[in-house]
Design a protein around this ligand. Sequence first.
Ligand SMILES: C[C@](O)(CO)[C@H](O)COP(=O)(O)OP(=O)(O)OC[C@H]1O[C@@H](n2ccc(N)nc2=O)[C@H](O)[C@@H]1O
Ligand SMILES: Nc1ncnc2c1ncn2[C@@H]1O[C@H](COP(=O)(O)OP(=O)(O)OP(=O)(O)O)[C@@H](O)[C@H]1O
Length: 283
Amino acid sequence: MSQARLTLPAPAKLNLMLHITGRRADGYHELQTLFQFLDYGDELSFALRDDGEVRLQTEIADVPHDSNLIVRAARALKEQSGCPLGVDIWLKKVLPMGGGIGGGSSDAATTLLGLNHLWQLGWDEDRLAGLGLKLGADVPVFVRGHAAFAEGIGEILTPVTPEEPWYLVLVPQVSVSTAEIFSDPLLTRDTPPIKVRPVPKGNSRNDCLPVVTRRYPEVGNALNLLGKFTEAKLTGTGSCVFGAFPSKAEADKVSALLTETLTGFVAKGANISMLHRKLQALL
Ligand SMILES: C[C@](O)(CO)[C@H](O)COP(=O)(O)OP(=O)(O)OC[C@H]1O[C@@H](n2ccc(N)nc2=O)[C@H](O)[C@@H]1O
Ligand SMILES: Nc1ncnc2c1ncn2[C@@H]1O[C@H](COP(=O)(O)OP(=O)(O)OP(=O)(O)O)[C@@H](O)[C@H]1O
């Protein structure tokens, strides 16, 4: 008998601003950043296995099976919960890797929430976010599913509701290693923390930008091209750059002009992640 599959989205995120305010003793950086989701992302399908095995059935180039964040998330949840069940997982990879739009982290969060549902573990969001943080600094916001102002290393989250414009996201054909940017000696690490809430307008800078554009001229090139039409920003440690538009039609118009030379996509900003909207609909 064929097993029904549970299919769930793993949306991208944007960092609408990113300030680096310090560095902890363990080398991780203290940040202040605004996360918003996109209605655009990967898709994962899950089917129960009763032999306890965790198997990702889709190969992704350059990521060995056991290092994939999906497999690591599933195994960590299985171990921590003592669940005897296993799972087959299929991945439709849409998000560019090393793009700063959180693909790996979002895949991990979708795996945690999907398996919590499939294995009927009954874990609450705090517990899932705590386990997620061990997999990556960006995982907790995807577990919680609400646009947020983040502090700490990205895990202290205050929900926010910024406008939800349409975005044009350009994808320079380079994969940026987050660890490499954070270890660059030239990185600004002493931006004074913003103490006022909500974050005052005008704080849209990304402190990683100078280091990223110095190392990856393709990113600077994309920022310059998009900057002719709207304020162009870098998300996370790149490589993706984005700009906001009041309508899909306007984003599409600029996209048509720029994607002759650059890869990109148009997507709507979302303060509630499409993963959470889908899970809500299932319950
Ligand atoms: C830059 C952001 O994308 C902003 O949303 C995130 O802070 C990065 O989150 P992530 O990709 O989940 O990062 P992780 O997988 O936890 O860390 C990758 C590497 O980035 C560096 N790292 C990451 C996050 C952080 N707050 N400080 C850091 O110094 C560390 O060297 C770490 O080894
Ligand atoms: N399921 C996965 N999807 C993508 N990358 C993965 C996955 N599992 C492990 N990785 C590894 O993680 C690296 C970073 O990938 P990811 O797509 O999350 O980058 P990113 O968008 O820059 O992340 P972030 O914005 O969180 O810094 C990849 O280069 C790859 O080696």
